[in-house]
Design a protein around this ligand. Structure first.
Ligand code: IVH
Length: 680
């Protein structure tokens, strides 16, 4: 359902009410839901619009105006009602909400506080003399369920506060992404179905009794009763002082803002940070900071008038799994990919999502035709999280796993979680050759898809090394290969023979080593001989290679040993440079080697947006090579350690983050001037 959806008849209205009631029941019950959050919000808005136009037809069970859509129940009365929040969905709606509040107050709001809207479950935690005595869910807002037994596993909600005070802390309990993964690993290990997404996981965990395994959750406090007189930002600081967790410990910390412009800026910042946060948020909450303003504004039956939620687009959507494709990668890995009924998530149409590996499909118990939860955040590859088992119709079909390699028909090695064609990279000779000839590897012009297929199918080329022994006569036997093209291709191959070590290494297509890692490995060891002589420990000394990846790289290197011998015999990849290994051995973990010379000496540099001017033709890899030639360290994410951001056109969240952290920002043109000496 989209934003424009409207209800025309009493029947449509009644259907919409019953769908919403069912969805709210599932959402506040076990945390599952047959509707995505965006769809639910749109449905409730359509119901509200109908009720405004037909006030005499309002059904008693309508979810509008009720906390938790009227769904949840509980038997322990709350000290004061646990309210919900009204929503706004745009800058304009926020402005008109704020104007309404100021009209009601008859004065401007003294200050705002802007904080993340945590996507979990509201709880009230009662402390007597600093000791935790009872924890309640929100329930219907007037009474909640007693979940005190679950509190022990909630990080940030201490059994004892730092001072012996009587207070009721209110806040959100959620599963961080890490806790969600851990919870599902524990569940599947115990034969239980995985949680569909973190919120249903939090709901299920808080209510669970006598479980054989422990699932940790996290509390974020955002309100308190019993600490009178404190403005909101001060109240949050006091909650933290007492020893409970608040969002102040996160990058999306609450911020006091003087004007609505500042509020809007903070909303944008939090939205930009969203994908990188270690937990889910579904919006940003804007509150009048001053107690005086809050008291003067008061509350309605459902929500306070002094706070509002600016909802963000949902990152989880429900759609249908139409099929599963099995693709063979460059290294022979056979990877399943979900084909989905197209669904728009956060402005992007998602048609495919990753399914990791066959074991993962089995763990999640997926079937073709299932309604599934799909997650997408920022640049993250969309993934299928879980089926909505309750929504099954019986028409769902099992997912068929391939019995032979879908590319070459040879056997499949299923001994590891990721299945692989027994022929490994040979299964993919064509793809391997195309990859090796690519712009960021050996950059062999004239060796595209068609030529690679010809060369492999005629038997002239079985792997990368064969390229360097091709003769003019051999090339001329190929169809549509004239003398000029043959000479051009031979010249391009000749140029490729002297490509620097990082490019040759990258061309090998070793698992886990893309362009960045290849540059680091090449710089670290200085020569192919040194790389080949390295043991797992030496490899793990390269920035970003953990012990696990080091073992994998080592075994891949053993695999390609004959290929490396033949390449060396052809004079490919034999360049030697000064290794940085000695220097990097003394560095802090996580910091790559930088040289002490060059205009970027010692600096971590991030590139974002499209490059222009002298840099227009450079691929991201070539930019990173340039940064390293100029003495810097190329990095892909902005942090406090970033020394410089080169921001071209259409720079997005990285730029916002750099601005927030005060990282210097340069245009591509200025950067080109700075590193002019090192531009090849
Ligand atoms: S304030 C009177 N602040 O969102 C205070 N709520 O959709 C009302 N939520 O029921 C709540 N993060 O469960 C507040 N920073 C935050 C929040 C937050 C998440 C939840 C809370 C509330 C729901 C309303």
């Amino acid at each position: 359902m989209n934003d424009e959806a409207s209800l025309a008849t009493p029947q449509q209205y009644a259907d919409a009410v019953s769908t919403a009631v069912r969805a709210a029941g599932a959402y506040y019950g076990d945390g599952s839901t047959p509707l995505g959050d965006d769809e639910y919000d749109a449905l409730v808005r359509a119901i509200e619009a109908y009720e405004r136009a037909h006030p005499e037809e309002v059904l008693p069970e309508s979810p509008t105006g009720k906390v938790a859509g009227g769904a949840a129940v509980g038997d322990v009365p709350h000290s004061t009602p646990m309210l919900s929040l009204d929503n706004v969905f745009s800058v304009e709606e926020l402005e008109s909400w704020a104007a309404g509040l100021e009209r009601r107050l008859g004065r401007p709001v003294a200050a705002w506080c802007v904080e993340p809207k945590l996507d979990g479950l509201a709880v009230a935690a009662r402390y007597r003399a600093g000791r935790l005595t009872q924890v309640l869910t929100r329930g219907d807002g007037l009474a909640g369920e007693d979940i005190t037994a679950a509190a022990e596993a909630v990080l940030g909600l201490p059994a004892r506060l730092a001072e012996p005070v009587d207070v009721e802390l209110r806040g959100e309990v959620l599963l961080t992404h890490e806790q969600f993964e851990a919870a599902n690993a524990a569940r599947t290990a115990h034969g239980a179905t995985p949680f569909a997404h973190p919120r249903s996981g939090a709901a299920g965990t808080l209510r669970a009794k006598d479980r054989a395994y422990r699932v940790e959750l996290t509390f974020f406090g955002y309100d308190a009763h019993g600490l009178p007189g404190l403005d909101h930002a001060a109240l949050l600081a006091r909650i933290a002082e007492l020893g409970a967790n608040t969002a102040a410990t996160t990058e999306a910390a609450p911020l006091r803002c003087a004007t609505l412009e500042e509020v809007q800026r903070r909303i944008d910042e939090i939205a930009a940070l969203r994908a990188a946060l270690p937990f889910g948020i579904d919006g940003v909450v804007i509150k009048a900071d001053a107690v005086a303003d809050q008291e003067a504004a008061g509350s309605g039956s459902r929500a306070p008038r002094w706070a509002v939620a600016r909802k963000l687009q949902a990152q989880h959507k429900v759609t249908r799994l139409l099929g599963v494709e099995w693709n063979v990668g460059r290294t022979g890995i056979i990877a399943p990919r979900a084909v989905l009924e197209p669904v728009v998530i956060d402005g992007v149409t998602v048609t495919y999502a990753t399914l990791h590996n066959p074991a993962d499909i089995e763990r999640r118990g997926l079937m073709i035709g299932d309604q599934v939860f799909v997650y997408r955040a920022g640049d993250v590859i969309p993934r299928v999280e879980a089926p909505l088992v309750e929504e099954r119709t019986g028409a769902e079909q099992p997912i068929v796993f391939p019995e032979v390699c879908p590319r070459c028909g040879d056997a499949i090695d299923t001994s590891e979680q990721r299945w692989r064609c027994v022929r490994g990279r040979a299964c993919q000779a064509v793809a391997s050759v195309i990859y090796a000839a690519g712009r960021d590897q050996l950059d062999i012009e004239g060796l595209g898809g068609t030529r690679a297929v010809q060369l492999v199918e005629t038997g002239l080329v079985a792997d990368l090394a064969d390229l360097f022994t091709l003769t003019r006569e051999q090339l001329l036997t190929l169809e549509r290969m004239g003398e000029t093209s043959a000479d051009k291709l031979l010249a391009a191959i000749e140029t490729a023979r002297t490509r620097p070590l990082n490019r040759v290494f990258c061309a090998l297509g070793i698992r886990g080593t893309g362009r960045t890692m290849s540059r680091r490995i090449a710089a670290h060891f200085g020569s192919m001989a040194a790389i080949r002589a390295a043991d797992a420990e030496a490899l793990a000394g390269v920035d970003g290679i953990g012990t696990e990846k080091a073992a994998m790289v080592l075994s891949e290197l053993a695999d390609v040993a004959p290929l490396l011998d033949r390449l060396a015999a052809q004079g490919v990849g034999i360049q030697v440079t000064e290794p940085t290994a000695a220097a990097s051995a003394q560095e802090q973990p996580g910091e790559a080697a930088t040289t002490d010379a060059g205009p970027l000496a010692g600096q971590s540099v991030v590139v974002t947006g499209s490059m222009t001017g002298a840099l227009a033709e450079l691929s991201r890899n070539a930019m990173n090579e340039l940064i390293e030639r100029a003495g810097g360290k190329a990095s892909s994410s902005v942090s406090k350690k970033t020394g410089l951001l080169v921001a071209g056109e259409k720079a997005g969240s990285k730029r916002a983050k750099a601005e927030e952290l005060g990282v210097p920002i340069m245009t591509p043109e200025d950067f080109a001037t700075l590193v002019a000496e090192h531009l090849a």
